[in-house]
Design a protein around this ligand. Structure first.
Ligand code: MN
Length: 261
C-alpha cells in the first residue's frame, strides 16, 4: 500500500511526522507538503505563478519527502500528477487544531484531502483539537487502522473522511462516532483598531457560544468523542418546490418583457 501524506501546517510540522512514523508501519509513505504554514487556505491552487518543488531530508529516515512552495492543494495535485504513481490513499494531517463544522470549507487540511478525493483517490483529513500541547499518538494509530481498512476493503470513492480527535490522553477518550457537520463556524471578526468602518481588523478563530446538535462533529469533540464525518462535494441543494417553482419561467418572462433577452 502506498500513502501520500500532506498537511497545511508545513512539511516539518510535528503532527505530520507523528502520522508518518505510524503509517510507515503499515504502508509505504511519501510526503509532499507545503514549505510553510498554510492553515485556513482551503482548497486554493496557485494558478498565477510557478510552484517550486524540492526534495528535502525527512524527519523519519527513509521517507521520500518533497517541500512545495505552494498550497496544500498544490502539493496533492503535483504529487498525484508528477511525483508518485500508484497511490492508494491521500492523508492530510495530523493538523494542529480542529477542523469542524462550517470551517471545513476554509480548512487547508480538509482542502488537501478534498483535492485527493476530486482526483478519484481515497482520502482523509485528520486533526486534533489543540494548537498547543497536542496528543497526536491516538490520531496517528487511528489513521493507520483506517488506512489498513481502506487498503483491505476499499470503500466507495464518492466520499472522503474528516477525522477529528479531542485533545486528551488516549485513556480519556470516550468513544468514536460517525457524525455530520455542525452548522457552526469558529471564525469571527474582531475589530482591532477603532477607525469607523475603515482600519485594521483581525479575523480570528475562537470557541463560540452555540450549542452543537447531537451527533454533529462539534458535539462529538465537546463530549470527548472522536468524530469521523464522511464528506462529499455535492454542494447543490435539491430545489425547494415552494421557493423555486416557476422561478426560471418567471425570470425568463421578465428578462424578455424588459427586452434584456
Ligand atoms: Mn493547520
Amino acid at each position: 500500500m502506498k500513502i501520500l501524506v500532506t498537511n497545511d501546517d508545513g512539511v516539518f510540522a510535528q503532527g505530520l511526522w507523528t502520522l508518518v512514523k505510524t503509517l510507515k508501519k503499515v504502508a509505504q509513505v511519501i510526503v509532499v507538503a507545503p514549505d510553510r504554514e498554510q492553515s485556513a487556505i482551503g482548497t486554493a491552487v496557485s494558478l498565477r505563478q510557478p510552484v517550486r518543488v524540492q526534495q528535502v531530508n525527512p524527519l523519519v529516515p527513509g521517507v521520500e519527502t518533497y517541500s512545495v512552495d505552494g498550497t496544500p492543494g498544490d502539493s496533492v495535485i503535483l504529487a498525484l500528477a508528477n511525483l508518485i504513481n500508484d497511490i492508494d490513499l491521500v492523508t492530510s494531517g495530523i493538523n494542529h487544531g480542529p477542523n469542524l463544522g462550517d470551517d471545513v470549507l476554509i480548512s487547508g487540511t480538509v482542502g488537501a484531502a478534498l483535492q485527493g478525493y476530486l482526483h478519484g483517490f481515497h482520502a482523509m483529513a485528520i486533526s486534533v483539537d489543540a494548537w498547543e500541547n497536542p496528543y497526536f499518538d491516538a490520531a496517528a494509530e487511528l489513521a493507520a487502522l483506517l488506512a489498513k481498512r481502506i487498503g483491505a476493503n476499499p470503500p466507495p470513492t464518492n466520499i472522503f473522511l474528516n477525522v477529528n480527535l479531542p485533545n486528551l490522553p488516549p485513556a480519556q477518550i470516550k468513544g468514536l462516532e460517525i457524525t455530520r457537520l455542525a452548522n457552526i463556524s469558529h471564525t469571527n471578526t474582531v475589530k482591532e483598531e477603532n477607525g469607523g468602518k475603515e482600519g485594521y481588523y483581525r479575523l480570528i478563530r475562537q470557541k463560540i457560544d452555540k450549542t452543537a446538535k447531537k451527533k454533529t462533529d462539534v458535539w462529538a469533540i465537546e463530549q470527548d468523542i472522536i468524530s469521523i464525518t464522511p464528506l462529499h462535494i455535492n454542494l447543490v441543494n435539491k430545489p425547494s418546490p415552494h421557493l423555486l417553482n416557476n422561478l426560471c419561467a418567471d425570470l425568463l418572462q421578465e428578462l424578455r418583457r424588459n427586452q434584456i433577452l
